[in-house]
Design a binder for this molecule. Structure first.
Ligand code: GA4
Length: 333
């Protein structure tokens, strides 16, 4: 009987991959204090070494986190049939297990939204017949506005640290009203049946790099996020619900001609606790040419990449599988 009920319980996870648990909690995640006068240099160093860092003293009030997290949980706890009315995410809306449209799956449900305020509210009006509370409250927009403002400051410090001229060469792309940025609320439900898998972990969100310029993540205090180091080992990032985790995206890798690396990351589901994360993906306008910034190129240095627009890259990314090395198609042979 026990065996039967376990296998029935595991049925709903059957398509989702598992992996061996990694015990190494990484103590070496670079931490940048936004108020530190050295912040610009520390950001550059972290982005060069890891493509990833934790940001503290960021100035976004904790209240913005708790409000949005509470609204998110209220939404994710609604009946499945109700949530499904807000899907599929093509590209915006509610998604359950399916990631993208090329067969990737994970132990996750999510809401994908545009960060343009007009479009965000339009989403909620057109997508939902009865607008869920999450869109009637200001929690989503307040959070996005605050995180955007902070991100502009971070990329300006990065530009300073890299001696990019003009200083707003990156931030203007994110500030642009046509900036193709998006926002994602993820919920990784607990999966108690995991214990039956002999201690293996269920993949919540498979390994990938983010296509955009920069991604800014905040999660509750549940572990699960892992990054891949240069030596290809996977390490767990200790959670910190008061901080942001920032990662370099593919577009920034290209704009720095490979000096900064977009980091491969993934999320493993926990057996007993649910993980909630909120991520702002800062991207350029669709028409923007993505190429190494002139002020970063040494004399005679050549671009490692063919020139492309963000629209071309995004279109190609959305045709790819989650774990693909998407920049490969654009590298000069
Ligand atoms: C990864 C980063 C963002 O979450 C995202 C993802 C997008 C999706 O979930 O629809 C993609 C993925 C992400 C990259 C490859 C394609 C597109 C799923 C997928 C298989 C919203 C994004 O912009 O790219």
């Amino acid at each position: 009987m026990v065996v039967h009920s376990q296998s029935a319980a595991l049925d709903h996870c059957s398509l989702i991959k598992t992996c061996k648990p990694t015990t190494s909690v990484f103590k070496g995640i670079p931490v940048v204090d936004l108020r530190d006068p050295e912040a610009k240099n520390l950001i550059v160093k972290a982005c060069e070494e890891y493509g990833f860092f934790k940001l503290v003293n960021h100035g976004v009030p904790m209240e913005f986190f708790t409000r949005l997290e509470a609204e998110a949980l209220k939404f994710f706890n609604l009946p499945q049939s109700y949530k499904d009315k807000a899907g599929p995410p093509d590209p915006f809306g509610y998604g359950f297990k399916k990631i993208g449209s090329n067969g990737d799956v994970g132990w996750v449900e999510y809401l994908l939204l545009n960060t343009n305020p007009q479009i965000t509210s339009l989403n909620s009006l057109t997508v939902f017949r009865e607008t869920p509370e999450i869109f009637r409250s200001s929690a989503v927009n307040d959070y996005i506005q605050a995180v955007k403002r902070m991100t502009f400051e971070v990329v300006e410090l990065l530009a300073d640290g890299l001696k990019i001229e003009p200083r707003d060469a990156l931030s203007r792309l994110l500030r642009d009203e046509k900036s193709d940025s998006c926002f994602r609320l993820n919920h990784y439900p607990p999966c108690p049946e995991l214990q039956a898998l002999g201690g293996r972990n269920l993949i919540g969100f498979g390994e990938h790099t983010d296509p955009q310029i920069i991604s800014v993540l905040r999660s509750n205090n549940t572990s699960g996020l892992q990054i891949c180091l240069r030596d290809k080992t996977w390490v767990s990032v200790p959670p910190d619900q008061t901080s942001f985790f920032i990662n370099v995206g593919d577009a920034l890798q290209v704009m720095t001609n490979g000096r900064l690396r977009s980091v491969r990351h993934r999320v493993l589901a926990e057996s007993m606790r649910s993980r909630v994360s909120m991520i702002y993906f800062g991207g350029p306008p669709l028409s923007e040419k993505i190429a190494p910034l002139a002020s970063l190129m040494a004399k005679g240095e050549e671009s490692l990449y063919e020139e492309f627009t963000w629209w071309e890259y995004k279109t190609s990314a959305y045709k790819s599988r989650l774990g693909d090395y998407r920049l490969g198609l654009f590298e000069k042979k």
